[in-house]
Design a protein around this ligand. Structure first.
Ligand code: BGC
Length: 332
């Protein structure tokens, strides 16, 4: 009996594994099975692996990347976990490398494990560009995205400038282990160091979801009833923060600064429920990353850092910002 169970168990594992390999390879097989007469074979195949595939911020990165891919006749695979998850993110990078694409564009999220993975990919001869979050300790060819420490510093400076009296800040950060989030917190803390009236009283993570951002905000207000400012360091955090403040009628006496310009963020700024946000350029990041990868695969030398613009946007800046589409990029 035990032997029978063992044999069946082994068979089941083998079948499951075969399915996994089959569908993994299919997921990254970017060439149509039977090319039609009008089929124009792409010059290159690139993969863009995101932190969370349906996140509005990443959809803007995708939009930019697709525009450049079309221009340069590149087949672009856009992928990522359904919900932010380091292991899945890394598995998708591994799968892209296994299907021998011409270039991989992805975040270097975790500074402890990302360098080993990125180095393994580049040692296979596949160039790797980091986007949005850098891994300077790896063999990635270059980084495209915000200078995250500087962006966090700008947020801290803005909060000091915009507030008076004693300020107790609660920070909602995307994920404690993500390098870009850490830098945004570090920059912020350094910027407020010079002010003896601003202190950080609590910090918690949202797993980059607005629901958890809201939950953590609610808990913080319960634990620190005198909190009078919030700083959200990933795209959906400020939206979750404001949702709670609104529900308990506190928007008027709490200062909120967030990150990014998504349609909802713009709306909250307009309504005066959000005081400021740190603008990033996700569309540009996607576009530039594909363009740079083309140069890399064509053997051109490129510089290591391509910092995209970042700035603080307040309600009074809106007339200018409103002429832009969400994501801050004037798109045609
Ligand atoms: C960050 C991304 C993150 C996103 C989550 C952005 O501000 O740059 O790294 O995935 O927020 O919503």
């Amino acid at each position: 009996m035990a032997r029978w169970i063992y044999v069946m168990g082994t068979l089941l594992v083998m079948v499951t594994f075969s399915f996994f390999i089959f569908y993994s390879v299919r997921a990254f097989n970017l060439t149509p099975d039977r090319p039609s007469a009008s089929y124009n074979a792409p010059d290159y195949r690139f993969v863009l692996v995101t932190e969370e595939v349906d996140n509005d911020y990443w959809r803007l990165v995708e939009k930019g990347a697709r525009a450049a891919a079309e221009k340069y006749n590149v087949s672009l695979q856009y992928t990522g976990p359904k919900q932010a998850n380091f292991d899945e993110h890394m598995k998708m990078i591994e799968m892209a490398a296994a299907s021998k694409v011409d270039g991989i564009i992805a975040q270097g999220l975790n500074q402890e494990v990302s360098p080993t993975l990125i180095n393994r990919v580049t040692e296979k001869g596949i160039p790797f560009l980091t986007i949005d979050t850098d891994t300077p300790e790896s063999k990635r060819v270059a980084y495209v995205g915000t200078d995250n420490y500087y962006a966090g510093f700008l947020a801290g400076q803005a909060l000091v400038k915009d507030t008076k009296g004693e300020v107790k800040v609660g920070i909602i950060t995307g994920r404690f282990d993500s390098a870009n989030q850490k830098l945004r917190v570090e920059g912020f803390k350094d910027a407020i160091k010079g002010s003896d009236r601003v202190t950080v009283v609590a910090i918690d993570e949202s797993q980059i979801t607005r629901i958890q951002a809201a939950e953590k905000t609610y808990e913080m207000i319960k634990d620190y009833p005198d909190i009078n400012a919030f700083y959200g360091t990933s795209a959906l955090d400020a939206i979750g923060i404001v949702q709670v403040l609104e529900s308990i009628g506190m928007t008027n006496r709490v200062y909120v600064i967030g990150f990014d310009i998504l349609p909802e963020t713009l709306q909250l700024l307009k309504e005066g429920k959000l005081e400021a946000t740190v603008e990033q350029k996700p569309y540009e990041m996607g576009y530039d990353a594909v363009e740079l990868m083309i140069q890399v695969v064509n053997g051109e030398k490129i510089s290591t850092y391509h910092h995209t613009m970042t700035d603080v946007v307040r309600q009074k800046d809106l007339t200018q910002t409103e002429t832009m589409t969400p994501g801050g990029m004037k798109q045609q």
